[in-house]
Write a protein that binds this ligand. Sequence first.
Ligand code: HEM
Length: 531
Amino acid sequence: LHFLYKHTSNPLRLIPAAHPLAPWTSLWISYIRWSGRENRTLKEAHERLGAVVCLGPGEVSVNCVAGGIREIYAGGFEKGIEEGQRGFNWYGFFANYGGVDNMFSMGPNKPHSARKRMISNIYSKSVIITSPALLTQTISILKSRFLPILSSRSAFSKGDDPTVVNIIPILNAATMDIVTAYIFGLKSSSNLLNNPKDLTWFLDLYNSRRSFNFWPQEYPKLTSWIRRWTGYRLVPQWVDAANAEIEKWTMGMCKRAGSLALQQQTYGINVEDSPSVLQQLSSSLLKQSLKDKPAPTADPAANAREMQKMARTLELTTASEVLDHLAAGFDTSSITLTYAVHELSQNQDIQSQLRRELQALTPSSTRLPDPKTLDAAPFLHAVVYETLRLHSAIPGPQPRVTPTHGCKLGSGASEFYVPGGVRVSASAGLLHMNEDVYEQADEWRPERWIDLHKLSEEKRKDMESRWFWAFGSGGRMCVGSHLAIYQMKYILYTLYSTFSTSIVDDTNIEQTDAYTAPPGTDELWIKLERL
Ligand code: HEM
């Protein structure tokens, strides 16, 4: 009777159900997630049932702009409901250092907006494109690490043949080195390109965690309850150990950059060693803590303890934030680059067209083009955008929670009332397959992004912004999108203005079915031919 009552009084029962069990229990969608079939199941459900689909008695998926992502993401639906109380916050899993939140993991919008205000300027397009530090760092990494690795036998070569390389770890290392250089400054950042052992160490730790997300993310309370009361670990101990190692590694970079900043005040610093993100973040966090700190008491010892506590909180908050940036930044960018290289290696005509454009950008072979020139190169832009569209690094659902008063989702005859507290999501992997916006949507065709000004205003807006969702949208959209595009363009420039590439072995290159979706392999062997 209880189930029947709950079912008949639930407005979600009127929404087309992805499975007969969906309006009754969340176990069906949980099982789909557990078995790694969520993205393909949602694709099939939306193709069959339309833009709004019920996934569970408290869960809906949308695949439309009006009455869909515009309502949910531009409308500022929260990731979690109440501050301090996790409730359902799927992103809480991304907190680091034993639960220290960062911008990405925060549930409610209010503290999130305060944090985002501290950071967004340093990642804005105008700052990224004009930053002397980022430019010097990028040039240094590409010229003195990336190019030499591609030019001679290295740990990434196939046997003794320097012209056949596994490009995936090289891209992983290049993106990590650039992102950490911008965060911590070149001297304090990673040098994974030149230290293959450190790279293997890091990637082993990082990738080992991927397959154990389900329980702590979907059932965080159950996971900790089982561990507490039965001692049984749904997530093996070595995953916690891997997280702890990555946290230690990040803290090391924070500390190195911090002590260099002290020297800087006395002796000055080379521009490439300037820790752009860390500096901005720690000074804003410090300002906020000084504003929030309790008034001093008459007891000096208690005041000293308070100050110590504040310093530790600041240290952990900073490290948790930047750890999220470096993980989000290197993984997604290198997934996108992997597919750009894979597609270009299969499409020699497109590769030649790109090369012609790139080679015309810089007359001298010793310099890289300046960021504005590179950013304005239309074919490079098209290659990057088409890869972000067809091979979104985050193709999976981005869950939010409906506000207490509920909302309406869908449009026309398929508009439905959704009450408060319901988990709702959209997915880039599905939005990008809309044939009305992207003809032959399942094909990689960079030329679709050329001459957009010839299209109608509406069509252009649909393609470029309304349906293009690789970086999400609204207040919780990717903060690092400009840095991502900047580094991807420089890496592709360096590779394709110097070499031509073709496939040697691309076994299992298809994207996995996951929220962040790397290839199903960590090897993509390509042949490099110097031009
Ligand atoms: C191709 C590269 C990238 C892609 C496709 C990408 C995609 C995304 C997406 C889709 C989101 C929203 C996710 C959600 O709400 O579920 C996001 C958020 C975020 N991304 Fe990126 N990202 C990329 C690169 C970067 C880089 C380089 C950084 C480095 C700073 C970064 C840092 C972040 C952060 C901190 C957030 C959370 C923002 C917030 O909560 O306000 N991302 N990214």
